[in-house]
Design a protein around this ligand. Sequence first.
Ligand SMILES: [Zn+2]
Length: 129
Amino acid sequence: MIAEEVVHVNHRHVIFTIDEGLRIIFQMHRELLKDLMDESVKIVQDWFKKKHKVTPGIIAGLHTSGARMNFNPHVHMLVTRGGMKKQGEWKIYDYIPFPMLRKQWQTVVLKLFIKRDRMASTILSLLMN
Ligand SMILES: [Zn+2]
């Protein structure tokens, strides 16, 4: 049975958001939303791998609107409190360094903009208005 193979672990709810002033860029270039979700998962995975050498379990979902139904892209993640070692052993780690991950997130978002050539003109026009 599948239930017998599931590891019972606690999790945390992690949300990565976009600054209100930058949301318009994602609204105009919705093709970036997939990258947004992939990159947020990668940041959390990379931290666990680098710090503890484990692979965490992550379920991610992208929301494109906030409570006021405004365009507000953000990524919800359920992240296990720990992860699997290469040998299959489960290790519990409760701490997630949110301030550090937040800085990485900001860098990743800016890199997403820069990566796309066509974004340059959008950013320039926003800055000039
Ligand atoms: Zn949401």
